[in-house]
Structure formats: C-alpha cells, structure tokens
Design a protein around this ligand. Structure first.
Ligand SMILES: [Zn+2]
Length: 347
C-alpha cells in the first residue's frame, strides 16, 4: 500500500554485480548437461529454445544479453507483457501448480533462477538488497517494520516477497522489481503467499489473454490508491464504535492481505486522532512548537513538526518510515487536523 520509488540505477547494479554472470553460467551449464538434478529433469525442445533465447548475445555488443537483462531489470508493466508472451510461446513453462507435478521445463527454470541464484547468498544478498532499497516498513501493509538483526545467537533475516510468485513464474525469481521487501505477516501463511496478482479470465476475440489485476505492485501504486476513512458507529467515542474503511484498487488487498480486518484492529489510533481534533489545536499550540525550533536557532523541520502534531510521518515521501503512517495521514486529513494543501506544499 506504500509506493516504492523506481530506482533503475539499483536495478542495473543488481544485474551487473553478480546476477548476469551467474545466470549465464548456469544456463550454459544446464544446456551442456542436458538437464538438472543429475538428469532427473531433462531439457526438452521448448526449454532448449527458451534457454537459447535468454542467452542470445547482442551481435553489436558481445557479452550483452538483452533478453535476459530485460527479464531481470524490467518494470512491472513490462514484466506483465513478458508473462503473456511466454504464456503464448512456451506453454510448458506453466505446467504444474501448488499441488500438481511441475513440468521438467518449469523445474529447470526454477533451478536456474531460484535455487541456483536467488537462494544463494554469495550471488544475491537479501540483506544488502533490502537495505539498498531503504524502505522502513512493509509496503504491502505498512504495519510492520522491515529490519534485520545480526547477533551471535542468530540472525533475524529480512523477508522478500516475489510479487509475481516464483512458484508460478520462476523466470521472475531474481527480477529486481519483482522482489518486494515485506513483513513476515504479509509474506507468511494465509496472506499473500503464492497467490497470483494476475487472474487470467480467458481470451478476447483476437485470442489475446485477458486478465484481472488483483494486486498492484508497490512500484505502481499511487499515493491514494489505498485510502482510509473512518465512521463513528455511535456518538460515544470510546470503545469499539469506530469502523475503519479502506478503499482499494482491487480485491486482493482484502482477499490476500486482509487489510480491512487488520486495520479494524487499529481503531485505538483513530480514537486518539479524533480526540486531538476535539482540542482543535489552537494556533498558540502550533506556534509554541514552531517557537521551540526558532529558539534553538534551527529552521523549522516540517517533517518533525507534523510528527509532534499528528504523532506519525504524514508527508508523502516519508510514509514508508513508520507503521500506520498512511492511516494517520488519511484520518488527519479527514478530521481536518491538517489540510491537503498544507502538507502538499511542505517540503
Ligand atoms: Zn506486511
């Protein structure tokens, strides 16, 4: 629900650091050996054509692999086109799901992109990947912090969700914009898991695949694609009389991520904001905060000012920093504790 800004420099570095060499090495090896798992899964025609397509070099610049690179660094909109192209060109790549036996083709691709690359720390450091992206909370729910802890008694490893699940689209197993830092709840059982953000619903008259988007990638989410409002169910403010509503662009936010249920466990936060709004913040309160800065000789720090006023980050670019910040922003606006104009014009 919190947007992650595109960063093509990071995506390019991701490709160039170790991923490119690793993938090319593995694909060539698999082609040479004719399979994986000591020959249990054999490279057959479609798979061979696909692997050769991936490692096709740019004739103008040998050592460049444009098809493979595109797969690794494309934005989500292009990844969806790639999925459709592959579905048409390599149907065997999609055989087998959660409880069904996978085709050898799918196994081999999973082996190359996931087992032999994504899962191996020497080629892909999850920790480094997440700290480079630099977001503070889960972009699916904005309820949990994203962090890792290293200690002698054991590391707490950060979580990464494959937006387009690796069990369905193993060829996106190491694609930069498909890897979403997330909290353990969203990445865990009963939540997003292996749920497919794309629901294929048939074909149009020209035979093109049609799909419904159940979730938007955090990279493609607009600021108010997800919006909170509250309703008082009784004039009595306290108790369980507050209902939080959440507007979402598609069904998956409640079906997979259970946002509505989770957020209705956070009505106490709304309660506090309502109470704050009753005080109506006399001008003198605001200016006394401002004067504190001036007294210290500092220019007023807008972000900090709002944190004192609203108790959370509410500026657009800072929403990722703390849990529930989007809820606070939306409810503060609804209560007119701040105005849209005021916070848009802030730094
Ligand atoms: Zn989450």
């Amino acid at each position: 629900m919190i947007n992650i800004p595109y960063n093509d420099t990071l995506a390019e570095n991701h490709w160039n650091s170790k991923i490119k060499d690793r993938l090319v090495y593995r694909i060539k090896k698999v082609l040479r050996q004719g399979g994986v798992n000591s020959g249990k899964y054999k490279v057959r025609t479609q798979c061979r054509i696909f692997l050769n397509y991936l490692i096709k070099e740019d004739p103008a610049k040998l050592g460049d692999y444009p098809n493979l690179k595109e797969l690794v660094i494309s934005h989500p909109n292009r990844l969806r086109e790639i999925i459709i192209e592959y579905k048409n060109d390599y149907p065997n790549l999609f055989i087998g799901s959660k409880n069904q036996t996978w085709s050898s083709f799918k196994r081999i691709i999973y082996n190359i992109f996931v087992d032999s690359c994504y899962e191996l720390d020497k080629f892909f450091s999850k920790d480094e990947f997440i700290s480079n992206i630099g977001i503070g909370t889960c972009s699916y729910c904005n309820r949990g912090y994203i962090y890792s802890v290293h200690s002698h008694s054991g590391d707490v490893k950060p979580q990464i969700d494959h937006f387009y699940p690796k069990s369905i689209y193993p060829f996106l197993g190491i694609s930069y914009y498909n890897l979403i830092p997330s909290c353990s709840v969203c990445n865990g059982f009963g939540a997003k898991e292996e749920n497919n953000p794309l629901n294929f619903i048939g074909k149009d008259a020209h035979g093109h695949l049609l799909y419904e988007e159940l979730l938007k990638s955090p990279y493609e989410l607009g600021l108010d694609d997800i919006k909170f409002t509250f309703k008082l169910l009784s004039p009595n403010l306290f108790g369980n009389f507050i209902k939080i509503n959440i507007e979402t662009p598609s069904k998956g936010y409640n079906r997979f991520l259970k946002l509505k249920q989770f957020y209705n466990g956070h009505t106490d936060h709304v309660e506090e904001l309502i109470f704050k709004s009753k005080i109506k913040y006399p001008k003198s309160y605001r200016s006394s905060i401002e004067n504190l800065f001036i007294a210290k000789g500092d220019p007023i720090n807008t972000s900090f000012f709002y944190r004192i006023l609203i108790n959370n980050y509410i500026l657009k670019d800072e929403l990722h920093k703390r849990p529930l910040s989007k809820l606070y922003r939306d409810i503060a606006l609804q209560l007119k504790l701040v105005t849209e104009k005021e916070i848009t014009e802030s730094r």
